[in-house]
Write a protein that binds this ligand. Sequence first.
Ligand code: 5GP
Length: 118
Amino acid sequence: HPSSCGNETIFGKILSGHIPADILYEDNDCIAFRDVDPVAPTHFLVIPRKYISQLSLAVKEDSKLLGHLLYVAKETAKKEGLDKGYRIVINNGVEGGQSVYHLHIHVIGGCQLSWPPT
Ligand code: 5GP
């Protein structure tokens, strides 16, 4: 839930090393790791170390961090060999289908994706 503390989400536990994840990239500001329940051959998430529950609650001071997450998403997609394309998604809030309330960027690829999503 949006009001929960960062370290209480499953991603907080991944950040603190309390539960394992298949980490693809990490730096001082973010980590990228494979989604445990992939919707495509390649599916990973990029999350900030800073606790931001969801995109709509990011503040102006987060804008550089948000840009960095997107940059890491595209660099990690390249390292993963997604040279034919991929999709980036942020589910925001209840009607956006967000289930983990620690901001994350989905990167999905490795097959032909359809649009619009169903
Ligand atoms: P959301 O629905 O909030 O946009 O996406 C949450 C994503 O986190 C889902 O794709 C789900 O499969 C993934 N996820 C949930 N729990 C875990 C976990 O413990 N480890 C990993 N690697 N991914 C998780």
